[in-house]
Ligand binder design. Sequence first.
Ligand SMILES: [Zn+2]
Length: 266
Amino acid sequence: MTTTAMGEARAALSGARRVAVLTGAGISAESGVPTFRGAGGLWRRFSALDLATPEAWADDPGLVWEFYDYRRRVMADKAPNAGHQALAAFEARLAEAGRPFTLVTQNVDGLHEVAGSSRVVHLHGSLWRVRCVGCGRESENRDVPITPAYEGAGDPGADVVGRGFGPEDLPRCGCGGVVRPAVVWFGESLRDEDLRAAFTAAAECDALLVVGTSAVVYPAAGLVPHAKRGGAVVIEVNLEETPATAWVDHHLTGPSGEVLPELLAP
Ligand SMILES: [Zn+2]
């Protein structure tokens, strides 16, 4: 990252009335949050691709819950980093100035809220919400373990054989239906209201900040051109160049925990 790039990006942000931000796995990885995607990211012998699917749920909901219960448990010692905090402080400053701000995230860990961000669009749902497969009701749920039966479960070791949770062990809604994690699984559609909020923010913003996501996978791949067409300046913060780097207005290379505090400082 050059000082010039940083200065130009700062100038673009301060000249923008409406700001939108899209964050992805990169910003949470700096807090040590595992995604269970890619090399080395396994839980037992599974990757997220094996368990974060409607097929896995249909096959063994008890195992899927054991995986998510583990992911929720892991969050206990994870904290927002300087990047999350810089975004929250930036949002507060813009709010004081009456400048609209929308934070759209692909992350399900909730660290933006822990850092103090208040307007967050969760494109991929949240680890901390559940949805009833019977009545469809969605609610916040912070129980760890998710039910008493899961106490002490979730060992991620490669050779662990699952305990085999049955229907009686699963978390349930008031209506009696089983609840599932309210996250968007592979093969599922993003929720219309979240997509609409994200695309509206991209269309209306004067500056779009893309942090820790490669911007080639939907919906990021759609949001960035959408913002450009609407006349926004696009600033990318990533550890490395991405396929979008060639045509964003400003690319800042580095960990978001280092780049964002400088970029978003008053
Ligand atoms: Zn229900």
